[in-house]
Design a protein around this ligand. Structure first.
Ligand SMILES: Cc1cc2nc3c(=O)[nH]c(=O)nc-3n(C[C@H](O)[C@H](O)[C@H](O)COP(=O)(O)OP(=O)(O)OC[C@H]3O[C@@H](n4cnc5c(N)ncnc54)[C@H](O)[C@@H]3O)c2cc1C
Length: 385
């Protein structure tokens, strides 16, 4: 076990942090509030090789792993620029395609995902199935030259900036007639694809959409990986998603804690700065501890994943995501409290972090579903649902 970060990773942290600070939260928040995008930062990060650090070198990536990609998102978030689509495009989609895609799919999609010129969204959530993804009904029917895909998805992030979306659907088993999961790459401009923005009470440049798939004609090669192993392939993509969702939440928590700490060192209403009062100092100290614990678990999950242990990575990634979501919520709430009235102003920009942090308790997998997983798989308790 090694808790010492390599010089290479420390350098990655530093240069990504510099890039994040060059844009900063004021810029990020302005983009969010004016309906803008983060394309400028996204493309610069892609050009510098940060978005594709986890992808294979032969397809334009950096040849690293999830530990590297999570550093990128954590540092951008800590600098005030949490790029939500990093949780999806290079991590879930990039991982699934590089692990299970054909050579043609890799050639076609990975270089763009790595340099940021292509963004791919990911769609699993359905209005009726919700957390119960075994109940999804988006179905692919076989046609003479491929597939016809029909279904509906909700809360799909970034469809407006995405060239394609990796859709979790189902196909019919030719032998048993049973529906089984399958993954399809669907261009967002394909006939039969429509999406409508869902008005979220979130201040974020990344928008969520309802996605309608109506008899979308796809070529055979739209299917990613094997029809018979889709569940395993899906899980291989969901572990990176959880690691990156942890990095997203940890970045926000670090940003909020940094702002609160700087403020309470300066603000004085009695004899000393308010940071001298334990009512202010202790909650911040607790958050610092919880933040470091969540980070350690995220790093463990990434290390296990990069070492090829999908099973152990799954447990650690769930635990990391739980801990990161909790600390993000506590950190942003305490940041608002520490700043008093200023905490509620647009100028100080901390209240707007609360809803973003809150969402990390729900997506991509809710706190309760993680507790279910741990109760069942880590503790061996009976399933209640
Ligand atoms: C900002 C944001 C971005 C998102 N982006 C994407 C995306 O890009 N792609 C995508 O596919 N999805 C996306 N989602 C959807 C997200 O993954 C789901 O919202 C999440 O999985 C929960 O599903 P649900 O909203 O249907 O809640 P429900 O399943 O309806 O659950 C509601 C509540 O009930 C609890 N609950 C449900 N079942 C159980 C149980 N068995 N035991 C205990 N509690 C239970 C849940 O934990 C939750 O608290 C996004 C959501 C948000 C908020």
């Amino acid at each position: 076990m090694n808790f010492v970060e390599s010089d290479e990773r420390r350098e990655l942290r530093r240069v990504v942090g510099e890039l994040g600070k060059k844009y900063g939260y004021e810029w990020f928040n302005r983009q969010a509030r004016t309906g803008g995008h983060t394309t400028e930062l996204w493309l610069e990060a892609g050009k510098l090789g940060f978005l594709g650090v986890n992808l294979p070198e032969e397809y334009g990536g950096g040849g690293g792993g999830m530990a590297d990609l999570s550093i990128v998102l954590e540092e951008l978030g800590a600098a005030g620029c949490p790029l939500l689509m990093m949780v999806v495009s290079p991590s879930i989609c990039g991982t699934v395609i590089s692990r299970f895609g054909t050579d043609d799919q890799k050639q076609h999609w990975l270089p763009g995902l790595a340099d940021g010129t292509t963004i791919m969204a990911f769609a699993i959530t359905e209005p009726d199935a919700g957390s119960n993804s075994h109940q999804i009904t988006t179905t692919a029917r076989r046609t003479d030259d491929g597939w016809s895909l029909t279904g509906r998805k909700v809360y799909i992030s970034g469809l407006d900036v995405a060239k394609a979306v990796l859709v979790v659907g189902r196909t019919e088993d030719a032998r048993t007639g049973k529906l089984k999961p399958a993954l399809f790459i669907v261009p967002t401009d394909a006939p039969g694809v429509e999406f409508r923005q869902i008005e979220m009470d979130l201040i974020s440049p990344d928008k969520q959409y309802a996605l309608f798939l109506d008899d979308v004609q796809l070529p055979r090669e739209a299917l990613v990986g094997s029809e018979d192993a889709a569940l395993m392939q899906l899980f291989a993509g969901l572990n990176p998603e959880r690691i990156m969702a942890s990095a997203f939440a940890i970045g926000i928590a670090r940003h909020a804690l940094g702002k609160a700490t700087a403020y309470v060192k300066e603000r004085q209403v009695w004899k000393q700065p308010i940071g001298a009062h334990q009512g202010i100092a202790h909650p911040l100290a607790q958050i610092k501890i919880e933040l470091e614990l969540a980070r350690l678990m995220m790093q463990k999950a990434a290390a296990l994943y990069d070492a090829g242990d999908d099973l152990a990575a799954g447990e650690a990634a769930n635990m990391a995501k739980y801990a990161a979501g909790e600390v993000a919520v506590r950190a942003t709430d305490q940041a608002v409290q520490s700043l008093g009235g200023n905490g509620m102003t647009v100028e100080y920009g901390v209240a707007s972090l609360v809803a973003a942090a809150r969402a990390t308790r729900i997506a991509p997998v809710s706190r309760e579903m993680i507790l279910n997983f741990v109760a069942q798989h880590s503790l061996g308790l009976p399933k209640s649902y």
